[in-house]
Design a protein around this ligand. Sequence first.
Ligand code: MV4
Length: 490
Amino acid sequence: MIKKILIANRGEIAIRVMRACREMGISSVAVYSEADQEALFAKYTDEAYCIGPPPATASYLNIRKLIEVAKASGADAIHPGYGFLAENPKFARACEEEGIKFIGPSSRVLELMGDKVTARREMMKAGVPVVPGTDECVAEFGEARDIAREIGYPVIIKPSGGGGGIGMTIVADEGELATALKSTQAIATTTFGLCDVYLEKYLSNPRHIEFQILGDSKGNAIHLGERECSIQRRHQKLIEESPSPAVTPAMRARMGKIAANAAKFVGYEGAGTMEFLFSGGRFYFLEVNARVQVEHPVTEMVTGVDIVKEQIRIASGLPLSLKQKEVRMNGSAIECRINAEDPLNDFVPSPGKLRNYHAPGGTGIRVDSGVYTGYTIPPFYDSMIAKLIVWGRDRHEAIIRMRRALYEYMIVGIKSNIPFHRAVMENPRFVKGELGTHFIETETTLMEDMKVVMEREKPLGEKLSRSFEERKKIAAIAAVAAVARMHRTG
Ligand code: MV4
């Protein structure tokens, strides 16, 4: 069994992993940049080491430094969280070579899944339905033209080294193809250092639905149902839920089995996600996310499975703690990503000091966060400061509970996207479960709705912070008066 884990990450996910460590009797080692000295995760841990200056390239992405700290601290495993080095085959290989257990799939599987063309081919071999498109990367205009004619326009050109939507180009007709191919290859080269691109049929406004999978070192693989993540903006997910309102139990059983079998087929070890587009009642494989994801808590809330604990068990060589027939989905969970950004001003980042912070609580609420009152959010990393997750017996109860939790949330000193979430929770199409990846663009009233919702009912935090600020002012005046009195009386 693993005894000590170095967490090669920051913020809420570092704390999420440390919480699992505490419950399992495993000690944790934090690494932090100079900008994260005062961050909650750097205090929560048993041991902490500064690994360099604020830019991630100088700290959280420094493979040699991370390995050095792991060895010096006697950690026998590294948990990479999400982002940073989580899916980096070079990092996994460095761990493998140094005899440190990388908590995630092998470097071979990370390599296979990191190249999107290879991943597509592997999934086709495993019997997973993929979007119609190429099974090799396309280099020449002639190949692209022939394939596009075969599958029909519109098509989408994607960088093979990419993922998550960066550098993709939608092509409406053959007239646009040559330019689009050239520019996507150029972006692919500059962004991912690999000019390889591939072509797919473009699906308009599909749902984004993903299956959570777990595979152990004994060759077992199960699925924990799906999450729907259709509410996104510029490839950033904002709201996720489980189960998807569009998936029936029969569809879940069928696709889940396909996803788990595919995991077995590639020798997948650890927690992972298979992403699909869902359109016209059909699933089309997109990519594998070979890590624990931001939105994993919604699956934990409906299945009761602790995904991070399973990751650690799997990395320790233990079998999965449950069988597929023991997985039960109960009720409905929704997650809102709480970001330090201004939704009324094109969602620009809003770092700075949290003058006051109080998270919601009560029945069915979970908050995963890495901040506290008085903490200053640094400008160097992503703007997510918390995840608000609610559970309800059904989707309706979960929505009502989310509205209640958003009312309770107090964030003073910086702007947050809470007004956006309040508007979505009131949106008739959201409430009906009519979702799609273009939801935010097509719901054109959302921006106005935010102001209306905030006016109609002031959040609890505003009432609280007004009296809090008053008390602080009175306390300051009293202190000055006391000093003055002291001077008078000598
Ligand atoms: C697509 C697609 C439509 N058809 N693939 C975006 C995230 C990444 N994981 C995959 N993405 C998409 N892939 C096919 N075949 C639509 C998206 C997509 C998208 C693409 C370009 C610009 C904005 C987008 C927003 C949501 C989804």
